[in-house]
Each structure stands twice: as C-alpha cells, then as structure tokens.
Design a protein around this ligand. Structure first.
Ligand code: NAD
Length: 508
C-alpha cells in the first residue's frame, strides 16, 4: 500500500522538471530499493527494466536501478552506508576500554599480576560460515564470540547483528560485560558475540538460517554453564529461540531440559523470564531514580531525550513517563524528531511497530538533524543506541544535568573529560544498563530451578540488585576523592575480581 502511494507521488514529480531518486522499503520483504527516474521516464515500464548487480558490492538482484548519468549501478547498502544521522567513531573502541581500565587500575593500585590477567581476553572465536539464501545462492558470513573473563562464573553477554561488528568492537563489549556482572554482584563473567550483517537486507527465513548456522559453528563454545548469549542490538527473543532450538538439537535428548538456560532473553513460553524484555530500560530508570533522590531532583516535569528507540531506549522512555517526566526528542537510525511540548513514547512505539521499527515520518515531532538533536536542552539524556556517540565533537553540544548510559560505551574518554569539565553527571553504562544482565541471571536461575517468577518478584529483585550496585559505586566515588563514576564503577568491579583471584590463586 505504502509503495503504491509513493509511486503515485513519484509519477507526478517525474512528469515535472526534476530527476527523482527515491529509496523505498517494502515492509514485508524488508528490502531496500533505490529507484532513479529521469524526467519524462515511464515509471511503470522503466522501473522494471533496471535490474542488475551492484557495482559497489556485486551482490543481489535487489541492487536494482542504475544511475544513468554515471553508468554506475549501486545498491541499497551503498545508500545506507552514508549515515543520515549519528556517525560513529569506530576506530579503536578497545583503546577506550584500556584507557578506562588503566585509569581505575592506577587509582586503586590494582595488583600488577591481576592487572595483566584482566587486561586480556580469555578466548576470541571468529567463524566464517556459509548460508543458503532464499534464491539459492550461498553467502559467507563472519561471526564472533569473545570471552573476556569467567573468574566469577560462566561467560555471559549479548549477541549483536550489525554491519560494523568486528573483533575490536566485540572484544570491548565482552570486557564491559565482565565489569558489569562484577559491579552488580552476580556470578557471571563477560562475553559478547556478533555477526557482521545488516539484518534488514535479509528475509526472516534467511535470518533464521544465519542464526542457526552461527549457533552450530559456535558448538560447545557456548553452553548453560559455560557461555550464555542474550539479545543485543538487532537481536531479540525470536533469535534467542532459534539459538536455543539449534543448541538443544546438538545435545543428547536426556540433556536437553538441563540446557534450556544456554540462552537468556528467550520467549517466556520457552523458559524466558517475566520482565526480561524491559529489564535494561527498567534498570536505567531505577538508577535515574536513585540519582534524583541523591540530588533532590524532582523527576516530575523533568525533560529528557533518548537516542535509540529499540529495546532499551523505548522501555526507558516509557518508564520515565510513569514519573511524569517529559520526552522532548528522540533519534534513531532513520533520523531525529523534536517536540518541546512532549512526545508520547507509547504512541511513538505504536507508530514504529507499523513503520519498520523506525521513527522517520512520525508527524507529532518536528524532524531535526543530528547536531540539533545533540544540542537539545533538557535535564536528562539517555543514549541507548551505539558506542562513541558522546565524543570531543559532540560532548560540547550537550546541555543536560545527567547522562544515563543505556547503551554500551556511548561516551569515549574525550567525551567523558568534557562532560566532567561541564559538571554533567554520568551514570556509566556498566552500572546504568546492568538491568539486562541482572534479569538474565534471574532467568538462568529460574531455568535451573524449574521455577517461574512473576513480574513483581523480578522487579523487586532487580531493584534491590541495581540499587545496591548504585550505592557501591557512589560510595567508592566518594572514597576515591569524588572521582568520576565510571572510574568508581571500574574500581568496584576490579576490586571484586582482584579479591577472587587472590583467594583462588593461579593454576598451577
Ligand atoms: P535495538 O536493536 O533494540 O535498538 C537499537 C536502536 O538504536 C534502534 O532504535 C536503532 O534505530 C538505533 N540506532 C542504530 N544506529 C543508530 C544511529 N547511528 N543513530 C541513532 N540511533 C541509532 O538494540 P538495544 O537492545 O536497544 O541496544 C541498544 C544499546 O543498549 C546497545 O549499546 C546495547 O549494547 C545496549 N544494551 C542492550 C541490552 C539489552 O538487554 N538489549 C542490555 C545492555 C546494554
């Protein structure tokens, strides 16, 4: 229906004076198409004629329409690689982790031997694997699983589907997971995985085969007592269900029930936990509540804006609304919108559900560019998208009292320094977004005990865990001369790990 409408608009324009380029997406097929029409073209005939391979990546027949002037045929991926919203500084994410780690380790005088151990990952698994596409072609994919540390318990961490996934990114995210589990005092280590793909370029059945084959390739590198994946960017309960089913198919029948805790964030019917879906956003809001209490700040009527409107961002936005706070701007991969009178997160979410999960086209907010979005004057900013969003370039733009980091690694060390000099408080990612791993732990426990807790029970336990962790970080910041909270959070994590290593000793 939407496509038809676009074509009608197009017709009018092609009859006019300009050439037209339209990027259209057919929701069911999840395919992007670039349609290029020169003035005077007969759309019905010509659009069907231009089919071929992309000059840029040489793939897929959906690389449809050529650009006649240049003679170059370019595909959907070529278009999307030019970000229309936030850019991400990808180079050397792990350098940021090292900088954060060294600062904390120096401040607390971390034992040099423990320092050596924790500054390296345990295992880095990279697999290239083939998957059959719907049209019969075989495509090769690259997947990663990095296991940073399991001194406190099984490796634990999300699985991400994104074209920018690489070893450096997954290594960084795995390391942050170790600190996160240690801060909130749960018996898990840190891991992360990912596949380097743009999921919107694949059909549902292709995504299922990609997920299953990747799980198969990981083999016994994951397991309910060894390494437990969960959802992250562009993955969800459905992906976890496919992972679970594939993993269970590889173990003997009498082991299967014992192994359902191999993934968390599963659908509830398959052993998932009540409250896991909202857990990360809920944890973000619990930490904001604590900050508000500490600072005598009234959340009622406070303004906030959110980057990323997926699992974490949309839940955080909805739960903030329950406090009477006002959402005034949102950005996602499709663009940013602003409304000083307030945006209703429920209404926006309903819109995205019918709009390919993106906010572009939402009429109750004015479209703004990325820089204007970052300049939004508000009390609280909740980055909930990707890494390295608050940098030397963007931190000076922020006009807020608090940054509550829903995303992993949204602030780089330069960004941190600028926020500190501006007096902006930061609830660091490894504390702020730990609600996800806490409820993953609850899910794992419920699976092991064959129990099913109700939402109230999960929420109360989550609240207790994350508020205790918040208190530990606050007290540590004070103890270390009012250091910044990221460093304090690291010190909490490193102290716990140092103690465990000292008690256990190093084999042999
Ligand atoms: P998601 O895939 O559900 O949502 C990601 C959102 O980010 C989408 O709205 C997407 O449009 C937006 N986005 C992508 N690129 C963007 C860009 N360049 N500019 C602006 N927005 C962009 O993912 P999620 O699970 O909500 O994860 C978001 C962040 O939270 C990630 O950093 C993830 O690692 C972190 N996190 C997630 C969980 C969890 O339980 N899902 C737990 C802890 C931390």
């Amino acid at each position: 229906m939407a496509t038809k409408k676009k074509t009608t608009t197009l017709k009018k324009r092609v009859k006019g004076k300009e050439d037209v380029v339209i990027i259209s997406r057919i929701p069911k097929e999840k395919e992007w198409k670039l349609l290029y029409f020169k003035k005077g073209m007969d759309i019905e005939k010509e659009s069907a004629l231009y089919k071929g391979l992309c000059t840029n990546c040489e793939k897929r027949e959906t690389c449809t329409i050529p650009q006649p002037d240049s003679g170059i045929w370019r595909c959907k991926d070529y278009i999307q690689e030019k970000p229309i919203v936030a850019k991400r500084e990808k180079v050397g994410l792990y350098k940021n982790v090292e900088q954060q780690f060294n600062k904390a380790a120096n401040m607390m005088n971390l034992d040099p031997n423990i320092r050596k151990i924790l500054s390296m990952t345990t295992n880095e698994i990279m697999v290239n694997f083939p998957v059959k596409m719907d049209d019969g072609r075989i495509e090769m994919f690259k997947g990663y699983r990095v296991q940073h540390n399991n001194a406190l318990g099984p490796f634990k961490g999300g699985l991400r589907f994104h074209p920018s996934v690489d070893l450096d990114e997954i290594r960084s995210l795995a390391t942050w997971m170790t600190w996160k589990s240690a801060i909130v005092n749960i018996p898990f280590g840190g891991a992360k995985g990912g596949i380097q793909i743009r999921p919107s370029s694949y059909s549902i059945s292709e995504l299922e085969r990609i997920t299953r084959r990747f799980t198969f390739e990981l083999g016994c590198n994951i397991g309910p007592d060894y390494d437990i994946p969960a959802p992250d960017v562009n993955t969800n309960a459905q992906i976890m269900a496919w992972m679970l089913d594939t993993y269970l198919s590889t173990v003997p029948p009498n082991e299967r029930q014992r192994c359902i805790s191999v993934v968390t964030g599963k659908p509830i019917d398959l052993g998932g936990s009540a409250g896991r879906d909202k857990a990360t956003g809920q944890g973000v809001v619990f930490t904001i509540e604590e900050w508000a209490k500490d600072n005598n700040f009234n959340l009622k009527g406070a303004t906030y804006f959110v980057q990323g409107f997926g699992n974490v961002g949309s839940w955080a936005a909805r739960l903030m609304k329950l406090h009477g706070s006002k959402l005034i701007a949102v950005e996602d991969v499709s663009g940013a919108i602003f409304n000083p009178k307030g945006l209703d997160p429920e209404d926006l979410l309903n819109f995205t559900r019918l709009n390919d999960s993106v906010i572009v086209g939402y009429q109750k907010g004015e479209p703004i560019d990325h820089e204007t979005f970052m300049k939004t004057g508000a009390d609280i900013f909740i980055p909930s998208a990707l890494e390295s969003q608050i940098t030397a370039t963007t931190a000076p733009l922020l006009d807020v009292k608090l940054v509550a980091e829903g995303a992993n690694g949204p602030t780089d060390p330069d960004g941190d320094m600028i926020l500190q000099s501006k007096g902006v408080d930061v609830i660091p990612d490894i504390l702020c977004n730990a609600g996800g791993v806490i409820v993953s732990y609850f899910e794992w426990l419920q699976n092991k005990r064959s129990e099913s807790w109700d939402l109230d029970e999960v929420d109360i336990k989550l609240y207790k865990k994350i508020v205790e962790a918040y208190g530990r970080v606050r007290d540590t910041a004070k103890e270390y001369n009012n250091t910044d909270w990221r460093t304090a959070a690291y010190i909490v994590a490193l102290s716990r790990l140092e103690k465990v290593y000292k008690e256990r000793g190093i084999f042999p």
